[in-house]
Ligand binder design. Structure first.
Ligand code: SF4
Length: 467
């Protein structure tokens, strides 16, 4: 069927009317989340895989399928069971149950294979989801309480001032303070580990590692766009392609090739861009849905240092995929882990273009720039390697404790100020990565939860119980 241009124009017009709903504050979420955010969290397994339907039936997801790049439901090729009865088909996720009818999915044969309709809001009166063949579809209502604690969106910063706990902390022996921070760090690592292993359960081990490494490349401002790209371009598909096609897909789905004109390029960048474009135009039609403005990753480019520009980081992701077997082997089995060898593999990565360019349009630098530097390796160790491996080989915890603190983090600085003020011990407790991680956990659990300027925070009193 040929799309009708006026209908398409009106659809865009009316969808803009409903865009307020798609970005609305959903029950239980402190911050507005877009439909895209919710789909990404779902696909990463952040809501879990066992649910109860609106009719009280047990629903289990055994395969989260593929994020659909064309017309039709959000996720295709999924496997679920309802009361132990296996079903294969597609899954649609909407902010509101009524979106099914608003978007006319019930009259669209593309949605006839849907076996599960997920939504967050529902009208008071009973709402049934039906296909164009009048088959009733199982419904599951999702909410924020299902979302694992560590998957909740960023909660901002607490005020920069000395906290009430600074006095009892100052009076405590250093070994006790160390013990609290180390315990909080281990708790944080366990949370990260659970998140990663949820993703392993939803997507398989290598896909989960790939998505987690992509997230680490997006740190700190562009984690979600990187996760989104890795979810939409699964590892198993990318590894079948040659490097040029792979890079073209990464940059194309990121939306970076859509906005470039030949006239923007300089002779030094033109050859690489032409290579990307010559592959992208062949794949582009398959990805049209993702090129819609509301589907594109929301890149944060302001206040980004040139070395952290997402285009450069995407170049690094493509380069990591070129050396994937070397990168994944130490993570595939905890007994084969070698921190030194893994670090060396990452630091040695190089690319014909990205080892000398900060962005797709930037002139080449006079000297090669490390594609993945020490701080990026540290980010990957802290958020991928050790969370994945420590629960599988607990002696790696001792190795984790020795990692130096390389990451500069505004929240850590804020936590040190609040907990230690000008106590010189504050510096001692920020020398290692686990110090930073432990302080971040305390900061998120107590400082960000407190709205009483410390007056009602239980942390200072609890310190007395810590032995
Ligand atoms: S909120 Fe609690 S943990 Fe944070 S600075 Fe105040 S007393 Fe300390």
């Amino acid at each position: 069927m040929t799309p009708l241009p006026l209908a398409d124009r009106y659809a865009r017009f009316r969808d803009a009317v409903f865009s307020g709903i798609e970005e609305a504050r959903l029950p239980g979420f402190a911050e507005p989340l877009t439909e895209l955010d919710l789909q990404s969290l779902w696909f990463a397994g952040a809501f879990g895989s066992d649910f109860i339907s609106t009719e009280g039936k047990a629903v289990r997801i055994s395969d989260f399928g593929t994020w659909n790049s064309g017309p039709g439901p959000d996720f295709t090729g999924c496997a679920i069971s309802v009361e132990n009865q296996a079903l294969h088909g597609d899954i649609e996720l909407d902010p509101d149950a009524r979106d099914w009818e608003r978007h006319q999915h019930g009259a669209n044969a593309d949605y006839d294979r849907v076996v599960l309709h997920l939504f967050f809001n529902a009208p008071q009166e009973r709402f049934y989801t039906r296909t164009s063949q009048h088959r009733e579809i199982t419904q599951v209502v999702l909410n924020a309480s299902m979302l694992a604690h560590d998957s909740k969106p960023n909660r901002g910063l607490a005020a920069a001032r000395l906290g009430r706990c600074a006095t009892p902390l100052h009076a405590m022996e250093a070994s006790r303070v160390q013990s609290i921070i180390e315990s909080a760090a281990q708790y944080r690592l366990e949370l990260k580990s659970k998140r990663l292993h949820r993703c392993v359960a939803a997507q398989g081990r290598e896909e989960a590692i790939y998505q987690a490494l992509a997230r680490a490349l997006g740190y700190s401002s562009n984690q979600q766009p990187f996760v989104l790209i890795s979810q939409r371009l699964p590892l198993k598909g990318l590894l079948k392609l040659d490097p040029a096609k792979r890079e073209a897909l990464l940059f194309g789905v990121a939306g970076f090739l859509e906005v470039m004109q030949e006239s923007d390029t300089k002779p030094e960048t033109r050859a690489y861009l032409r290579k990307l474009w010559s592959e992208w135009w062949k794949a582009r039609n398959e990805c049209l849905r993702w090129l819609d403005e509301r589907q594109l990753p929301r890149w944060k480019l302001k206040t980004i240092r040139p070395g952290n520009h997402p285009q450069r980081r995407l170049g690094a992701l493509g380069t990591m995929l070129n050396a994937w077997s070397q990168i994944v082997a130490p993570l595939a089995d905890a007994t084969r882990w070698s921190q030194v060898a893994w670090r060396e593999t990452l630091l040695a990565l190089a690319h014909e273009f990205w080892s000398t360019h900060y962005t797709l349009l930037a002139a080449p630098s006079s000297k090669p720039i490390a594609l993945i530097g020490e701080t990026r390796v540290q980010e990957m160790l802290a958020n991928v390697a050790y969370p994945l491996l420590v629960p599988e080989r607990t002696r790696l915890w001792a190795e984790y404790l020795e990692l130096p603190a390389l990451l500069d983090n505004q929240k850590v600085r804020r936590a040190v100020l609040r907990l230690f003020g000008d106590d010189p011990r504050g510096k001692d407790f920020t020398k290692k990565l686990h110090h930073q991680q432990g302080l971040l956990q305390i900061y998120e659990d107590f400082c960000l939860e407190d709205d009483s300027a410390c007056a009602n925070c239980p942390f200072p009193e609890r310190l007395k119980e810590w032995s």
